[in-house]
Design a protein around this ligand. Sequence first.
Ligand SMILES: [Zn+2]
Length: 418
Amino acid sequence: MIVLSVDGLRPDIYRAPERHKLFPNLNALENAGASAESLETVYPSTTYPAHATIMTGVAPRRHGIYSHLASLDPTEKARPWCWFAAALRAPALWDVARASRRRTAALSWPVSAGAGIDLNIPEIWNPAAPDPHKDFETPAQHSTPGLFGEVTKLLAPLLGTADPDQLRGEAALYLWNHHRPDLLLVHFVWYDAKAHTFGPASEQALMALESADRAIGKIRDAISSDPATTLVVLSDHGFVQVEKEAAPLVLFARHGLFARGADGSLALRRLGAVNAGGSMAVYWLETPSADDRRRLEAAVNELQGTGAVKEVLDRARLEALEADPDAELMLEAAPGFSFSDRLDGPVIGESPKDRGTHGYLPSHPGMEATFIAAGPEVAAGKNLGRSSLKQIAPTLAQIMGLPGDILATEEKPLDLKW
Ligand SMILES: [Zn+2]
C-alpha cells in the first residue's frame, strides 16, 4: 500500500468541475476508487496532531501530539516541532505493520523521526534554518543509515529546479522500485506552503497542487500493472482564506503576562502559548496567582472586543473535543481572522503575512480533509460519505490485512467494498 498525504488538501479544491483538467490524476483516482465526501479533522486542525491521528486512529488527547510545537514558550526564537515518534502514546500503523513483519518506508512523514520504520527519511529540520525546505542536513542525520545519501544521489540532477513535491515523488518511486516496501508513506508539502502564503485557491497554490497531482499520476502509473497494491491519497485538514490577523500575545504582554529580559525583549513568565493559525492554545506553565488569572481574563476580554475571537474554549470544551489536556483555554479565531505569533505591533493587522490558514475547529467550514483509496479490494466509484480522520488507521490496517486490534482506536474501518 502507498499512502500519499497532500498537506492541507480540502476535497472541493480538486473536485470543482472547472478544475478537473488541472488535477486529472486526483479525479481519475477518485473515479477508480472509493472516496469520502469529507473527513472531519482534529482540534487544532494542524499537520502534526492530524497526521498522528491518521496513523494511530485516536484523537490528540489520546495520542499525545496536541500541536505542532514541542515548546510552549512563545518568546523562544527557534522553537522545535513534535518531530519524534517517541512522543506518540498510542501504537501507529507502522508498529502494527512491523509486528506482522511487514516492511515499511516513509518520506517526510510528520512525527516519524526515530520511528520503527525500516526505510525512513523523516520530516525534521533545524528550527533556526532560514528555509526548512533547504535544510537537508537535519533529515539526513535522522534517516535510516545510508538511505538519505542513496536517495539524494538519485535526486541530484533535480536539486535546484524541482519543487519539494517533485523531489518527494521521485524519491517515492525510487523506494518503491528498488526496495518494494509493504507500506510506503509520503508527505507532500508544497500545496500547504503556497496556500499559506497566497491563499488556498490562489494561482500559486493551485500550481503547487498540479505538481502533486503529476507526482500522484507517476506513482499510479508505476503500480498500474501491480494487482496487489492499493493507492491511498488523503490529507490532514482543509484550508481557508484569511483577510485579517490578530496578535493575542501583544495583548497578553500589555496585561503584564510576560517578563522583560535585560535587553528589554519579552521573556517567559508563567504563561505559555502555541499559535495554530486558526486557533491559539494558552497554558499556565506554573500555578498562576489570582492576579495572573485576572490579567489573562482581562486580556482575553479585550481581545474579544476586537471581533477577532469566535469563541473561548475552556477545559471542559477541550476535553469534549479530545484536544490538548494541558491548555488552560484555546482561542478560536473568528471567520476571516488568523492569529499571529507577533509579540509587538498592533493587536489587529489589516494585511496578514499569510493569506490562508487552518487550525480552526473541525466544524469550521473549509477544515475538511480528503480520503481516496483505489486498489484490488476497493469498489470503484464508491462514495464513503462523511467520515472521520480517526477511521483512517483501522481502514489502512484492514487494506493491508493487518490485525487492527493492536491500534488503540475505537473506530471501525471504512467499508471500501460494495
Ligand atoms: Zn497540514
